[in-house]
Design a binder for this molecule. Structure first.
Ligand SMILES: Cc1ncc(COP(=O)(O)O)c(C=O)c1O
Length: 384
């Protein structure tokens, strides 16, 4: 095979992320039988680990799919065609939730939120009336915005509606206490803060969500979570799972729990703060409202009408660092730096330097050393 896959590029995109060596080694271990005792033990270990990350007493189901599969499962298992739902849409992934719900026949009312802004929970509260569910993305990866998931879920709960939440890019990297915040069905994916390649997805269901599942009529087969739960109780999955990925998940969970969840969240928060401080020191503008800025991805306005695609290419080709451009209407207008998973300060500093050097080369004068100093100082202060 002569397909060249670059393996020397630092991934600073908002997923897939870099994968630590022990996780890669687990991926390369021999395949094994998914109906045996070893798999049962592995599945139980991973489920327990995921429950800790999700901070839930309920099971977290493991699906062999990308994150969108978990989002779909979180929707179709609790709703019926014709159900009225409110979907918060402030970017690409809010659109995706809305579209999945529509595809399965929900009556979707949309709350558009300007890209870069979070939804106002009071506005959401006023809009909610006879809705069956509130759908939202806790961390909108396309804009770098974090929603007030606790307040949004409370607004839904107060009218008896379910909260269906996409945490694909944030679960593991930010504290999202699922039970404390009362989030009902919560989706996440492997290739972000979990430090795995793409291919696994996770969903938790509250008691209220399981009650809804008993009468929910949206069609489902592969993503039937009642079937997944029944199998889990026997230490299995309904379909053949990606056994190597689940073995690697066990290793990534071990790494996360060995570092300590609080420490992992603190490191992500410090990286987010450091990245934002560097953006400011370089004379650039954050795209997201700073009060709702994400700790796992930072979106930045491309300066002086510069096409961010050009910047992304130069940073990749000249520095072997991959950052992201914008998606959809934001293509060319913003660039995004992912700082999640096993990302460390040195990775962020290398990215800031590469970005600043290329911005200078493209005619936007920015003080590289100031950016680096701001990132370093802010990171250290936040880690205290
Ligand atoms: C917030 C969010 N939701 C959903 C997805 C979709 O996940 P996947 O591409 O794994 O299907 C992504 C992927 O970037 C995401 O960031």
């Amino acid at each position: 095979m002569n397909i060249h896959v670059p393996d020397d590029i630092l991934l600073m995109i908002p997923g897939p992320t870099n994968v630590p060596k022990p996780v890669l080694e687990a991926l390369g271990s021999p395949s094994f039988y998914h109906r045996g005792a070893a798999f049962k033990e592995l599945l139980e270990f991973c489920t327990e680990g995921l429950k800790k990350v999700y901070q839930t007493a309920n099971d977290v189901l493991i699906l062999t799919s990308s994150g969108s599969g978990a989002v779909e499962a979180a929707i179709v298992n609790v709703l019926s065609p014709g159900d009225k739902v409110l979907a918060i849409v402030g970017g690409k992934f809010g659109e995706r939730m809305r579209d999945i719900a529509r595809t399965y026949g929900a009556e979707v009312e949309e709350l558009p939120v300007p890209p870069g802004q979070a939804a106002d929970p009071e506005v959401v509260r006023q809009l909610l009336c006879d809705h069956r569910a509130l759908l939202f993305v806790q961390n909108e990866t396309s804009t770098g915005v974090r929603q007030d998931a606790d307040l949004l879920a409370a607004a839904a709960r107060d009218i008896g509606a379910l909260s269906v939440v996409d945490t694909v890019s944030s679960m593991g990297g930010m504290p999202i206490p699922v039970d404390e915040w009362g989030l009902d069905s919560v989706a996440s994916g492997s290739q972000k803060a979990f430090m795995l390649p793409p291919g696994l997805a996770f969903v938790s269901m509250s008691e209220k969500a399981w009650e809804a599942a008993a009468s929910a009529k949206m069609p489902r087969a592969y993503f039937d979570l009642v079937a997944a739960k029944k199998s889990l109780d026997k230490g299995q999955t309904p379909w053949t799972p990606n056994v190597n990925m689940i073995r690697a998940l066990a290793v990534s969970l071990e790494l996360i729990l060995a570092e300590g969840l609080e420490n992992v969240w603190r490191r992500h928060h410090a990286l987010g703060e450091a990245c934002r401080a560097a953006v400011d020191a370089l004379g650039l503008q954050l795209f997201a409202d700073p009060a709702h800025a994400s700790d796992v991805v930072t979106a930045v306005h491309s300066p002086n009408g510069l096409d961010s695609k050009e910047l992304v290419s130069r940073v990749r080709d000249n520095h072997k660092v991959l950052i992201s451009g914008g998606q959809g209407e934001l293509a060319g207008k913003i660039f995004r730096i992912g700082h999640m998973g096993c990302c460390q300060l040195d990775d962020l500093l290398r990215t800031i330097e590469a970005t600043a050097v290329e911005l200078n080369a493209l005619g936007f004068a920015c003080p590289t050393q100031d950016g680096l100093a701001a990132a370093q100082g802010t990171y250290q202060a936040a880690m205290q």
